[in-house]
Design a binder for this molecule. Structure first.
Ligand SMILES: NC(=O)c1ccc[n+]([C@@H]2O[C@H](COP(=O)([O-])OP(=O)(O)OC[C@H]3O[C@@H](n4cnc5c(N)ncnc54)[C@H](OP(=O)(O)O)[C@@H]3O)[C@@H](O)[C@H]2O)c1
Length: 173
């Protein structure tokens, strides 16, 4: 399982239910990366999409504790156990955690990689991501050149989970 997100310098990811930045290049990266894959999100993130509709051409899994919540075109899971049961039927490499703050911060320990688009701006927010730069269990394995759109500088970064790599090495022995 992998994670994909866009963050500000202060690891801010959202405000009042919406995104913080409009970056077509990052949207394209998100679309290309998740196309035909499985995306896992919290209920708030699903509801932040236009008309609360799932993402096209992807298997959408939504987490909510509300057993009455119905989301057309989505698989609904009511706990992490239920989610992992659902994911056990799928190829782990095809699964992307796509937000929001609550779900990223619960699921990042289970991810092998995190694709983090970092925007060179500090903004007010009410949703934040775990700080991967301060987590010794993760390291930065790739950072792109600087891109610029709408007056904002940003980079594409890949962080890797050291624990996942340890398991992979053990598996290959
Ligand atoms: N920057 C980015 O890349 C990015 C990406 C996505 C979203 N966002 C932003 O993030 C913000 C939304 O984040 P958020 O933290 O408010 O919400 P969220 O993570 O999208 O959803 C939280 C909801 O998920 C459900 N949930 C959480 N843990 C669960 C569990 N263990 N079992 C079952 N359900 C569980 C709960 O739904 P119930 O209350 O129904 O039980 C909870 O209220 C928005 O501002 C959005 O724009 C940013």
């Amino acid at each position: 399982m992998k994670l994909i997100v866009v963050v500000a310098k202060n690891w801010a990811i959202g405000f009042k239910g919406g995104l913080l930045f409009k970056l077509p290049g990052d949207m394209e990266f998100f679309k290309n990366t998740t196309m035909d894959k499985v995306v896992v999100m919290g209920r708030n993130t699903l509801l932040s999409f236009p008309d609360g509709k799932p993402l096209k051409d992807r298997t959408n899994i939504v987490l909510t504790t509300n057993r009455d919540f119905v989301a057309e075109g989505c698989i609904v899971c009511h706990s992490l156990d239920e989610l992992f049961e659902e994911l056990s039927k799928l190829n782990d490499d095809d699964v992307y955690v796509i937000g929001g703050g609550n779900i990223y911060n619960k699921l990042y320990p289970y991810c092998s990689e995190a694709y983090i688009t970092k925007v060179d701006a500090v903004v007010s927010a009410d949703a934040f991501l775990h700080n991967f730069d301060e987590d010794n269990g993760w390291y930065l394995s790739y950072a792109s050149e600087i891109h610029e759109e709408n007056g904002l500088k940003f980079t594409f970064n890949t962080y890797k989970n050291k624990m996942a790599e340890t398991y992979e090495q053990k598996d290959s022995k």
